[in-house]
Each structure stands twice: as C-alpha cells, then as structure tokens.
Write a protein that binds this ligand. Structure first.
Ligand SMILES: Cc1cc2nc3c(=O)[nH]c(=O)nc-3n(C[C@H](O)[C@H](O)[C@H](O)COP(=O)(O)O)c2cc1C
Length: 218
C-alpha cells in the first residue's frame, strides 16, 4: 500500500508499535537539527496543571558529559550511545514568585490586563501552598514533568526516531554532576537511532495486557 493511501490512524498505530524502549543505540547516528527542533517543541507544547510548567529539560549532547553520567545510570549504555539525552527535572518547590513569573508571561503573550489575572493568580498560589503544606509539591510537579516525557516519546515515535525512557539512575548523582539545585532529575530519555543488530529487544513482540483488561467502557 502506498504511504499516501494510508489513514492517519493506521500510521500512528504503526509508529507506536514500531517504537520500543531501545537498549542499544547506534552511536554513529545523530538526530538532525530540524528533527531535534520538533522534539524540543513537543516538550515545550506539553500541557501542565494551570500551565505552570514546573520543570526544566537538560539536553546533553556533549560526549564527555554523557560518559560521566553513565555510571550514575548504573552503566546503561543508552546514555553514552544516544544522540541526545534529555534529563527531565521537576521544580522542587513552587513559590509565589514562580506563579507571578507565569502570570507575567500570560500578560505578555495574550496582552491580558494584569489586574484581570488576580483571581487566577490567587488560585494558583493557593494550590501551590496547599501542595507544599501537604508535602505533595514534588509529586505534583514531577507528574507534570512525566506528561512532557510522554509527549516527547510519542513525537519521537511519529518521526521514526528511537528513544528509551529511563528511571534507572541515581537522581542525586545526576543533580550533582549537572549542578541542579532548585530542580531535581526525575526521568531520562535517551534519543537516537536503534542498533537493531545488537539490540536483543529490537525484534521482540510487544507485551501489553489485552484491551479488555485496560479499557473499561461504561
Ligand atoms: C518511567 C519509565 C522508566 C523506565 N526505565 C527504564 C530504564 O531505566 N532502562 C531501560 O532500559 N528501560 C526503561 N524503561 C522502559 C520500559 O521497560 C519499557 O517501556 C516497557 O518495558 C515497555 O516496553 P516498550 O516501551 O519497549 O514497549 C522505562 C520506562 C518508563 C516509562
């Protein structure tokens, strides 16, 4: 079947079946500038609660830095061999100043009168304080960061670019090496191109529960 005859639905599912969490990247293959720009935009365009974006993404392409980080990810070779390593970091707190920074951005982008933002601003500040008082601020903020990781993974798959999401690393070590303080690393995403010949995972069928088990229709 010609590509042009395929429906978008088929193409999306084909790409989501094609993707897998790559164990072995081809270290010689690098992502093009145009593709990387799209991938970065998928991070920027991810939704977050209130739109607060309590996260940061550190993009590591420096070969020496990737090598330095590898032991802190228990030697997983994806770190050194990928083209781009994204360190997903969430903000450890959310202050009034952070909310004000976001409100200022809304005013700038939408030309909204500052005074009209007061109620929304107070709601956001109150929600942030509630999460701080209840000890859930780090959970709340890191959840937002995971959504962006999901956007990145899906966009990579649609572009035919490989990725491996990773939690198998020592966040304290990553924070130390990358000089993170206000933010903390919570997940990684190694991105590049699979070395299919040397990746034992490359041709294994996907393991998922049946649709009936995961989707509850009412
Ligand atoms: C949050 C998260 C953390 C993960 N951590 C690792 C990891 O440290 N190393 C690794 O090789 N794969 C890691 N994986 C990949 C999963 O094992 C993989 O996504 C899962 O087995 C499903 O397989 P598939 O993604 O290949 O379809 C992680 C996946 C997620 C979503």
């Amino acid at each position: 079947m010609k590509d042009t005859n395929r429906t978008v639905n088929e193409k999306i599912l084909e790409q989501l079946n094609w993707r897998y969490a790559v164990k072995k990247f081809d270290a010689t293959k690098k992502i093009s500038v145009a593709d990387w720009d799209t991938l970065e935009h998928s991070l920027i365009l991810a939704p977050s609660s209130y739109g607060l974006q309590p996260y940061k993404f550190i993009v590591v392409t420096d070969e020496n830095l990737k090598k330095e980080l590898t032991p802190a990810a228990y030697g997983q070779t994806q770190i050194a061999d990928c083209s781009h390593l994204v360190v997903v970091a969430y903000k450890k707190v959310l202050t009034d100043a952070d909310v004000e920074h976001f409100v200022a951005r809304i005013v700038e982008v939408r030309n909204t009168p500052r005074e009209s933002m007061k109620d929304y601003e107070n709601t956001m500040k109150a929600t942030a304080k509630k999460n701080i008082n209840e000890g859930t601020i780090e959970t709340w903020n890191s959840r937002q960061a995971y959504l962006a990781l999901g956007f990145l993974l899906e966009t990579a798959a649609l572009l035919g670019i490989d990725a491996c999401p990773m939690e198998g690393f020592n966040p304290a070590e990553f924070n130390r090496i990358l000089g993170l303080d206000e933010y903390s690393a919570v997940a990684l995403c190694a991105i590049g191109y699979r070395d299919a010949k040397n990746d034992w995972m490359a041709n294994l069928p996907k393991v998922r529960f049946l649709k009936e088990e995961l989707i509850d229709r009412r």
